[in-house]
Design a binder for this molecule. Structure first.
Ligand SMILES: CC(C)(COP(=O)(O)OP(=O)(O)OC[C@H]1O[C@@H](n2cnc3c(N)ncnc32)[C@H](O)[C@@H]1OP(=O)(O)O)[C@@H](O)C(=O)NCCC(=O)NCCS
Length: 278
């Protein structure tokens, strides 16, 4: 996972975090999700807590700050979902996300591959009942990005989705969009055959080739930046970027569905063709 190299001589305070998030559009009572590299900002005075508190200050008085709280890292040791304990299993996606899990104010959704952690006004609501309804296909299970998952709530609530010192290469909510691409194709299949066609998709989170519509997040980021919907500012020595989730999802679907061959792999295109002929 690549990140920008920070300048340790640059010191970052809570006020700097607050002001940077306000510059990219954080508002009172907002829900802000971010992916981040701690070192990319420089030296964060007060450590990880300064970052969460800075986001909460940008969204005061009733804001919420959220991060991915992922435990499943693709290794053999973590392939068994029953080994995941929502209260104790560490997060593998960096010091900021693990720090948020360990913050006594935080809550975490209960999902072995794609949990979300959050602090603030809507944290409990965001993290409740992960995957309890509305299954949506994904290579990691149909619950990870379900219609009843924190990822879908971030879209429904039009959260501000951000990146500190990292790019949309690590954009987890992208898998929700990929699931939607698949759902849209399945809509062409007669209802009584949908399960059969859905099952033609390999359902396996191991790193094997399968017809999943993965797309290039950095390519999409460039387009969204050029059209002005993905905005950036400086946070210490890092780039802070962000976009509203509804814009991200709507534009991603429009752009990719308008030019599938150039975005999606041949296996997915072939599977789609079968569905269209079903
Ligand atoms: C992997 C990743 C986290 C690495 O970034 P990083 O800055 O090197 O590491 P972390 O964010 O874990 O922060 C730890 C580093 O911060 C530095 N650090 C410690 N305290 C610090 C402080 N107060 N201020 C600034 N830096 C500090 C340390 O150098 C530490 O590195 P060390 O472990 O070598 O001592 C980042 O590249 C990334 O990809 N983040 C997003 C991940 C994600 O959300 N993925 C989603 C699924 S794909």
């Amino acid at each position: 996972m690549n990140h920008e190299i920070g300048d340790p001589n640059v010191h970052v305070t809570l006020e700097m975090v607050r002001d940077a998030f306000v510059r990219i559009g954080a508002k009172p009572d907002d829900v802000v999700m971010f992916h981040g590299s701690l070192s990319s900002m420089g030296t964060v005075d007060g450590g990880v807590t300064t970052v969460y508190d800075g986001v909460l200050a940008a969204t005061a008085p009733h804001g919420t700050v959220a991060m991915p709280s992922l435990w499943y890292d693709g290794t053999k040791e973590r392939e068994n979902p029953s080994l995941f304990d929502v209260n104790t299993s560490p997060v593998y996606v960096g010091a900021l996300a693990e720090g948020l899990r360990l913050d006594p104010r935080s809550v975490r959704s209960n999902h072995w591959t794609h949990a979300v952690g959050a602090i603030g006004e809507r944290a409990e609501e965001l993290c409740a009942d992960h995957g309890k309804f509305g299954p949506r296909p994904s290579p990691w299970s149909d619950t990870a990005f379900a219609h009843g998952s924190p990822w879908q709530k971030l879209i429904d609530w039009n959260a501000l989705y951000c990146f500190i010192g990292v790019t949309m290469r690590v954009c987890t909510i992208k898998h929700c969009i990929e699931g939607m691409l698949l759902e849209h194709v399945l809509e062409h299949v007669p209802e009584d055959k949908r399960l059969e066609y859905r099952n033609l998709q390999m359902h396996d989170c191991k790193k094997q080739a399968y017809a999943w519509p993965f797309f290039n997040g950095e390519r999409l980021q460039q387009i969204l930046t050029d059209e002005g919907s993905f905005v950036t500012t400086k946070l210490g020595s890092a780039t802070l970027g962000g976009i509203r989730t509804k814009t991200l999802v709507a534009r991603a679907l429009e752009i990719i569905e308008g030019d599938m061959e150039s975005w999606l792999n041949a296996d997915f295109i072939a599977w789609r063709q079968k569905c269209l002929e079903a």
